[in-house]
Design a protein around this ligand. Structure first.
Ligand code: 5RP
Length: 219
């Protein structure tokens, strides 16, 4: 097993400590979350709200009841991974294309617990990983031009459609030195459904795994 995979598993094991019997758990998407999902049968959940169809299918396969967010009320916790995280627990997410549903479930939860391996920590967001932006299909070219005017280099994610039937522009070279401002600016472009900067609603708890163990950071 690679060191990175071992770190993902360690972060997921640490996240499991926050999960209690009887909870309706918000569950993210991605390979780190998959490590958590494997551990969930050890807890008696009342149900789970899934952040993607892929996660929903995995949870169902384990016999975990899927709850519609509209009937779940405010969730106690939402657990997910990230593509990048800075020291303020602000994130870039959406590498798996589930950013919109992830942002909704995170916003509807009291506590967002983020699990990462050490490769995800950065000083400034967006220097290496592009900002994924979910866009209505018809607005793709218009939004791309707006992103270029902001200094970005949008790349259309080929052969990919989100759970909501939209497309993704993975946008390089944006200046993410002020993540809260850029998150708002991107949201204001007509045709943008959601962007992968999680700064206004950043993580509340970061479980950061390294080869020395898991460090817990809170805001
Ligand atoms: C999916 C996400 C994931 O949380 C992010 O891509 C991290 O994935 P992984 O745990 O596989 O590294 O935002 O949309």
């Amino acid at each position: 097993m690679s060191d990175q995979q071992a770190q993902k598993q360690a972060a997921a094991k640490a996240a499991l400590n926050y999960v209690e019997d009887g909870m309706i758990l918000g569950v993210g998407t991605g390979s780190t979350v998959n490590c958590l999902i494997e551990l969930l049968p050890t807890v008696k959940l009342a149900g789970a709200v899934a952040s993607s169809q892929v996660t929903e299918d995995k949870l169902r396969a384990l016999g975990i009841e899927i709850v519609d967010l509209n009937f779940a009320g405010t969730l106690d916790i939402y657990i997910d991974g990230a593509d990048e995280v800075n020291e303020h627990l602000q994130l870039i997410k959406g590498g798996g294309g589930a950013l919109t549903r992830e942002k909704i479930v995170a916003a509807a939860s009291n506590k967002f617990i983020c699990m990462v391996d050490e490769s995800k920590s950065v000083e400034i967001l967006g220097r290496e990983f592009p900002v994924p932006i979910e866009v209505l299909p018809q607005a793709r070219s218009y939004v791309a031009r707006q992103l270029v005017s902001l200094g970005g280099e949008p790349v259309y994610r080929e052969d990919f459609v989100t759970d909501y039937g939209n497309v993704i522009l993975d946008t390089y070279d944006l200046d993410v030195s002020n993540p809260i401002e850029l998150e708002k600016t991107l949201n204001n472009i007509v045709g943008v459904v959601c962007n992968g900067i999680f700064a206004a609603n950043q993580a509340d708890v970061l479980l950061k795994a390294s080869s020395d163990g898991v460090t817990t950071l809170t805001r």
